[in-house]
Write a protein that binds this ligand. Structure first.
Ligand code: GDP
Length: 547
């Protein structure tokens, strides 16, 4: 175990009070920060739990499961939110494995689906994609993967539930390649499936790991047999081993060999087969993350690229979550550290506000304990208390003006107009929506010709969350209603006159969002296309970055 508290003899602390550069570089090198993505029910929660179990972070499986029992219902979401300690702690988990510090970020799926989900993926260096091998590529997988592809995030793939009847593995790879447009490099290959699931063959090591139904509560070792031609295997399961040999030949001929460079470039994904519930194949996933997934990388900021091992601290907020105590309006801002060393109690500069803040009550996310961690390095996630002055995309540093880029807002897919039952509360409504809009909980559009505010979201649950927060935090009983709007685009153009003409001509469908950006609210895809054609000097954007 590296002891980072006392510098190695070669390091000389500098007068800045920073930790020696070499020590920071070592901390960065041993970090892995990844998001776990899947369609609901593919086994993400089960796999998360097993990853924690393997790392020794939890003694018993069940910790992660406990929190998700109510994820389908809004009321339960609120219940969970009330126990904020749980929800905050479980969306980011930090644990150690083989002397590496692993930060695992959950990306909620299904009805939890919201802009948060997308933005979490801007804070990771790699992603683990879980696929139900009986179902193959599903809708949510496609959406999430598209977001990963925007940043060329390296992706490790886990084909889960081989203990059930699944689809043909070659067909699964084929589907991954054609639907997700990513090269597949199988690393392990299944031997049989369902009742006849015998194990996996490790294509790179020429080893067979024998399947045994796993124990819920403990990590275990699976027996390994060296060599596909080992006579023991044909004695054990003659039919399956013949099938395996045929398939392996096919695989070697027809599929891609694992190539680290291509993986790191986000072009190729190594594919593992297994069964999360049986702990089978989980260790291989951890090894892939430790051995192959990238350590925190340099990040773009407007003025320059920031290297992770630079001494001054920097980071950005990618998610804001309502905080524990409903009596206070506090929220937690999730900050990804991009460089340097964060230390509890240190002063950091909030760059948008140009103000220094002292961060004394920081939340960290050790899966094994609730104790506060005193320091954090690039790749780590820390939770800052936010009294309403932090927004998604805000950057923090020790003083240098660095605005990290690439934190997207996505054009919403769902729209509602807002009305209130008590007109006297109009001011509170506007204040509430302004703040929730700034926070990124929902997008708020104000039509230029007046009229009702339009809310836009990427997932419908966002509306329910906003309605509930308006009521609880701002005392506003708002009614959300359907609108004729079906999509939105941010609009930009060089010619101010053209923009003004556009606003005047299409006033009913032109609006400003909470950050003051011009947007076009289209009533249909045809309407959007026609408008784009009629205004060739304007650019219509489906995403925008934090201003
Ligand atoms: P999530 O929605 O992606 O988080 O999925 P869960 O982890 O909750 O899993 C969904 C269901 O699949 C649960 O009933 C799990 O017990 C089950 N499951 C997860 N992994 C496996 C597996 O390897 N084999 C089988 N047969 N079932 C699994």
């Amino acid at each position: 175990d590296l002891d980072m508290t006392s510098p190695a003899p070669s390091d000389t602390p500098e007068s800045t009070g920073h930790k020696p550069a070499a020590a920071i570089a070592r901390e960065v090198a041993r970090r892995r920060t990844f998001g776990i993505i899947s369609h609901p029910d593919a086994g993400k929660t089960t796999l998360t739990e097993k990853l924690l179990l393997f790392s020794g972070a939890i003694q018993l499986a069940g910790t992660v499961k406990a929190r998700k029992s109510g994820r389908h219902a809004t009321s339960d979401w609120m219940e969970i939110e009330k126990q904020r300690g749980i929800s905050v702690a479980s969306s980011v988990m930090q644990f150690e494995h083989r002397d590496h510090v692993i930060n695992l970020l959950d990306t909620p799926g299904h009805q939890d689906f919201s802009e948060d989900t997308y933005r979490v993926l801007t804070a990771v260096d790699s992603a683990l994609m879980v696929i139900d091998a009986a179902k193959g590529v599903e809708a949510q997988t496609i959406k999430l993967l598209a977001v990963c592809r925007m940043r060329d995030t390296p992706i490790v793939t886990f084909m889960n539930k081989l203990d059930r009847e699944c689809r043909d593995p070659l067909e699964l790879l084929d589907e991954l390649e054609s639907v997700l447009k990513i090269e597949c490099a199988p690393v392990t290959w299944p031997i049989g499936m369902g009742k006849n699931f015998r194990g996996v063959y490790h294509l790179l090591r020429d080893e067979i790991m024998l399947f045994k139904a796993g124990d819920e509560k403990a990590e275990q070792a699976f027996e390994v047999v060296k060599g596909i031609d080992n006579p023991r295997l044909s004695a054990m399961f003659p039919l399956e081993i013949e099938q395996l040999k045929m398939e392996v030949e096919l695989v070697h001929g027809a599929s891609h060999r694992f190539d680290l460079e291509r993986f790191l470039a986000g072009i190729q994904t190594p594919v593992f087969f297994g069964s999360a519930i049986n702990n089978f194949g989980v260790r291989e996933i951890l090894s892939a993350l430790v051995d192959w997934a990238p350590a925190p990388r340099a990040r773009d900021a407007t003025v320059r690229v920031v290297a992770p091992a630079e001494q001054p601290f920097s980071g950005f907020v990618f998610k804001i979550q309502a905080n524990m105590d409903p009596a206070h309006r506090d929220r937690i801002a999730f900050l990804r550290v991009c460089s340097g060393r964060f230390e509890r109690g240190m002063k950091v500069k909030h760059l948008r506000l140009g103000r220094e803040i002292k961060v004394s009550s920081v939340v960290t996310f050790m899966a094994s304990s609730r104790e506060q961690v005193e320091e954090a390095f690039a790749g780590d996630i820390i939770g800052l208390p936010n009294h309403g002055n932090m927004q998604i995309g805000d950057s923090f540093s020790e003083g240098e003006m660095l605005q990290f880029t690439g934190i997207p807002y996505f054009a919403p897919d769902f729209f509602r107009s807002v009305r209130i039952r008590n007109p006297l509360k109009i001011k509170q409504l506007h204040k509430g929506l302004q703040q929730l809009g700034e926070e990124g909980a929902v997008q708020v559009f104000k039509p230029v010709q007046g009229g009702e505010l339009v809310l836009g979201a990427v997932g419908v649950l966002q509306f329910e969350v906003v309605a509930s927060r308006l009521l609880n935090e701002y005392g506003v009983d708002a009614v959300f209603e359907g609108t004729s709007i079906s999509s939105a685009r941010w609009v930009s153009g060089d010619d101010k006159r053209v923009l003004a003409d556009f606003e005047a001509a299409l006033g009913h469908n032109v609006a400003y969002d909470a950050a003051g950006n011009l947007a076009y609210l289209a009533t249909s895809n045809v309407n959007l296309r026609l408008t784009e054609e009629r205004w060739p000097k304007l650019v219509f954007h489906a995403t925008r970055e934090h201003a």
